[in-house]
Structure formats: structure tokens, C-alpha cells
Design a protein around this ligand. Structure first.
Ligand code: FMN
Length: 196
């Protein structure tokens, strides 16, 4: 059966972005897949008090303001649930993820939808049977090192929702002129060699 891929791009650099280019390369490996792309660098709403009220109440009680503010969050979370595979492009910003990607996470990690409670203070992921690929680009910080709070955070939050099958790929050193070509080629070869 053909897979449904949700591609999440978060670099504002469009076609010049290292993470976007590697994401495209990885996605091209999937044959006959249905691909939906969410470029979060174009902007998503930040969580509002009306959204919070809506997240934690019965939809039949929502007034028009709440309904309106929940439109994008509902679309984003539905898009997330519809996918079998996630390919997430991650430019490292200040050792973590860009704010745009965090705004997407704040809409996707939703009580009763992508995670639930199994007891007081105990959580359980509600998203099962999915796989995620993280595709990082860093100016210099090594991927998987102690500096890399981006992939460690994303693995943690995906795992929280039940997604533990997470592969990390990418390029480290895009801001180092002497190595950028070599490390980019290495990342491309690594992705080209993947069996998806
Ligand atoms: C605001 C900002 C913060 C950054 N912070 C880091 C950082 O903490 N560590 C690092 O290695 N590179 C950092 N960089 C460099 C980017 O990770 C690098 O340019 C990367 O290639 C960006 O991804 P992109 O090419 O997909 O846009 C930063 C770049 C920007 C614009």
C-alpha cells in the first residue's frame, strides 16, 4: 500500500536550504507515496487562550471565536494523524529547533488526540505504527553531540506521542567553507543509500 508522507520543512531559506534539499532527496526515495508538505517557516499561529479553552472542552460547547481559532490547529493535527511517515527538516538554531517548528509542535502535541493520560501524572502516546526521519542542518555543531538539543528534543517529543521509530540524518558544518561541500556530499550519499 502506498505510504502517506507528511513533510515538515522549517527553514526560511527555501530552495537554498540545506535541510530542505536533503528532505527532498529523502522524500524522492519513496515511490508511489502520497506527499503532503507543511512549510512551517511560512508561519503558524501561536497557542492562544481561546485555543487552550478549545483543546480542553467539548467541541459542541465552542463559540464562534474558539471555532475560528481552532481551524488551523485542527487542520495541522489532522494532517499529522493522517500520515504514516514524517520527514522533518530541521535547521539548528541556537542548538535547538527554530521557533517555527516549535509552533508546529505546540499544535500537534494535543491531549486526548496525540497523547493521553494513563493515570495521575502518567502519560501515554496515542500515535502508533509511524516512522519519523529527522533531517538536520547545522552550521557546525555535530549531530548527536551534547550541543545537539534539536534531535534529542524532537526524539523526546515524538516518543511522548508514541513515535519511537526515529532516524536522524543530515549535514553538520554548513557554515564552515572548508568542509561544507564534503559534508553535504556525505549526507547525500547516506540518504541515497537508505532503504525506505
Ligand atoms: C538564528 C540562527 C541560529 C543558528 N544557530 C546555530 C547553532 O546553534 N549551531 C550551529 O551549528 N549552527 C547554527 N546556525 C547555522 C544553521 O544551523 C545552518 O546555517 C543551517 O544550514 C541552517 O539550515 P538550512 O540551511 O536548512 O536553512 C544558526 C543559524 C541561524 C540563522
Amino acid at each position: 500500500m502506498s505510504k502517506k508522507i507528511l513533510v515538515v520543512k522549517s527553514s526560511p531559506n527555501g530552495a537554498n536550504s540545506h535541510s530542505n534539499k536533503l528532505v527532498d532527496l529523502l522524500v524522492s526515495k519513496f515511490k508511489d507515496a502520497t506527499v503532503v508538505t507543511r512549510d512551517v517557516s511560512k508561519g503558524l499561529p501561536l497557542v492562544t487562550s481561546n485555543m487552550i479553552a478549545g483543546f480542553y472542552s467539548d467541541p459542541s460547547t465552542h463559540n464562534d471565536v474558539i471555532k475560528n481559532e481552532l481551524k488551523v490547529p485542527n487542520e495541522v493535527v489532522q494532517e499529522f494523524l493522517n500520515a504514516d511517515v514524517y520527514v522533518i527538516g530541521v535547521p539548528m538554531y541556537n542548538f535547538g529547533i527554530p521557533a517555527a517548528l516549535k509552533s508546529w509542535i505546540d499544535l500537534v502535541v494535543r491531549a486526548g488526540v496525540t497523547f493521553g493520560f494513563s493515570g495521575p501524572g502518567q502519560y501515554q502516546g496515542l500515535v502508533h505504527g509511524k516512522k519519523a526521519y529527522l533531517v538536520l542542518a547545522t552550521g557546525g555543531a555535530p549531530i548527536g553531540s551534547d550541543y545537539d538539543l534539536a534531535s534529542s528534543y524532537l526524539k523526546q517529543i515524538l516518543g511522548f506521542m508514541g513515535i519511537s521509530d526515529v532516524e536522524v540524518h543530515g549535514v553538520a558544518g554548513t557554515n564552515i567553507p572548508d568542509v561544507v561541500e564534503k559534508v553535504t556530499k556525505k549526507a547525500e550519499l547516506e540518504i541515497e543509500a537508505l532503504t525506505v
